[in-house]
Ligand binder design. Structure first.
Ligand code: NOJ
Length: 526
């Protein structure tokens, strides 16, 4: 019997023998049974924290983060002002790290805990008004998933056509520098876009799609609040020059969205870096790749980027999921490293992300300026244990030995140090999130009167009778923000920074506010 690599606690699901056609443990129909939802209707317009469970908090001393550890940090997340969590894959995986090579679609990675630990996390998160969204890998499984183990063993396997096969090697294909057609030792060639150990599903097969829907319902029935759908641009291939963002992808996403939408107050966000706005329409939300880099360029003072940031939400859906960085190095290094530790720029980038339209995501540790690990490169560099305290050996992450090197700046940029400092980056994030949580227009209001004047960005968010005015000066010298379209003679109450003077519009609905170098002002008018 082949054992999949889930080991450790003895709870690893055991696959059936290869080639027998015995059903894997994560097969079987799942009917919808919505447990309901106690979250606020607009919980997913608040900010999300993207959490890599393996690196967040170790709860049992084995040096690896786990669900119980995460649950123990929910007060921190609530106090920060987070309203949602996106957990990188939490299922058993062949890669034993980031989790995208899934070996069981209806179980928890044993190193992270059990389904009961997940239930507890959900209970505690919901009690704090925080929703929990998990990564769902629809495009591929692990090669060690029992379905593929069986499929590759014999062409007669009932699951052979759940994956993509050719008897002879197709020619002319290159994806991310590799040939995606992989030799199967017992015959045939299978398609695996990302890695030979992550074979792509054939999503033209209705039974494969139906199975994914069953898996989605499995998690939704447990109280999961939605999904981040991985790599949606790869779902369908039409040839060696047509392997990404194919039109047949969109109905698949709409159907997945319909499954999620059959439950109360759930949220779906898709990852499709080449066509973010298209996927936002199909899925309801999608990550705003491209915009993320421009917010950082604006923070560095690029006039062209300020212009692009100002214009983004004039056409992009208001439901875009925005971010400054994430767990993938193709999307950039840790913000701290990209900005060379310049805290003034860092604050402006954060304010832009958290106050603009869209649903902002924060990559764990971003709120304290966590750097990458000095000794690592590639993706692992970005996925270091969370810096809870300044202890250079453990960083407050574990009582044991951390499974991975800590961030380069753990002794200076950590939660314990920044909690105590009113001027810290952490407290700045808190202040921005308090604005977002306290002012409904910042979550769900219109985006209007956007202007870019050199290094100054200004925009207004309006909902019913309430208007929030934001003005940001990314430049290194003082500059005026020219505000227009305000109610005549309106008094704008200052909301940020503390102690800022109110502002009065003239009879034509215009006002001018002088901004200090690298600073922002936020006003409210009711
Ligand atoms: C995108 C994910 O963000 C990345 O981390 C992963 O490796 C690929 N999809 C493949 O699943």
């Amino acid at each position: 019997m082949l054992l999949i690599g889930c080991g450790g606690t003895g709870e690893a699901p055991q696959p059936p023998p290869a080639g027998t056609g015995d059903p894997p443990p994560d097969l079987g129909a799942v009917a919808a049974a919505d447990p309901g939802n106690t979250l606020a209707p607009d919980w997913h317009r608040g900010a999300f924290m993207q959490v890599f469970v393996r690196s967040y908090q170790d709860g049992d001393g084995d040096g690896i983060g786990d669900l119980r550890g995460l649950t123990s940090r929910l007060d921190y997340l609530r106090d920060l002002g987070v309203r949602g969590l996106w957990l990188l894959p939490i299922g058993p995986s062949q890669d034993r790290d980031h989790g995208y090579a899934v070996t069981h679609y209806r179980a928890v990675e044993p190193q992270y805990g059990t389904l009961a630990d997940l239930d507890e996390l959900l209970r505690e998160a919901h009690a704090r008004g925080i929703g929990v969204v998990v990564d769902y890998v629809i495009n591929h499984s692990a090669a060690q998933h029992p379905l593929f183990v069986d499929a590759r063993a014999a062409p007669t396997s009932p699951w052979r056509d759940w994956y993509l096969w050719q008897p002879l090697k197709p020619v002319g294909w290159t994806i991310y520098g590799s040939d995606p057609w992989r030799a199967n030792p017992s015959g045939g060639w299978y398609f695996a876009a990302f890695w030979d150990q992550m074979p792509d599903f054939d999503l033209r097969q209705p039974e494969v799609v139906a199975w994914h829907h069953d898996n989605l319902r499995f998690w939704l029935n447990r109280g999961i609040d939605g999904f981040r759908l991985d790599a949606v641009g790869h779902l369908i291939e039409n040839g060696p020059t047509a392997w990404t963002d194919q039109p047949e992808t969109l109905p698949l996403l709409r159907d997945a969205r319909a499954v999620v939408g059959g439950y109360q107050r759930r949220f779906l966000v898709c990852e499709g870096p080449n066509a973010p706005t298209t996927y936002a329409v199909a899925c309801g939300s999608a990550f705003a790749f491209g915009h993320h880099a421009r917010m950082l360029e604006a923070a560095r003072g690029s006039v062209a980027a300020v212009q692009q940031v100002a214009g983004y939400f004039e056409t992009a859906p208001a439901t875009m999921a925005t971010m400054l960085a994430n767990h993938d190095s193709f999307a950039g290094q840790r913000v701290w490293d990209q900005l060379g530790g310049d805290l003034a720029q860092y604050r402006l980038a954060a304010a832009t992300n958290l106050l603009l339209s869209g649903t902002p995501f924060i990559y764990y540790g971003e709120e304290i300026g966590m750097a990458g690990a000095a000794s690592l490169s590639g993706d692992p560099k970005l996925r270091t244990p969370m810096s809870w305290a300044g202890d250079a050996r453990r960083g407050g992450f574990t009582s044991g030995t951390p499974y991975r090197a800590l961030s380069a700046n753990v002794t200076t940029a950590n939660v314990a140090a920044q909690q105590a400092d009113p001027d810290s980056l952490l407290n700045f994030y808190r202040a921005m999130l308090a604005l977002r949580n306290g002012l409904e227009p910042l979550r769900s209001g219109s985006y209007e009167a956007a202007r870019a004047d050199g290094t100054v960005l200004s925009f207004q968010r309006r909902l019913a009778g309430e208007r929030v005015v934001v003005a940001i000066n990314y430049g290194r010298t003082a500059a005026d923000a020219m505000l227009a379209g305000l109610p005549p003679d309106a008094t704008l109450q200052s909301r940020h920074p503390a102690g800022g003077a109110d502002l009065r519009a003239d009879a034509g609905g215009s006002a001018v506010v002088t901004l200090a170098p690298q600073s922002l002002r936020v006003f409210v008018h009711r």
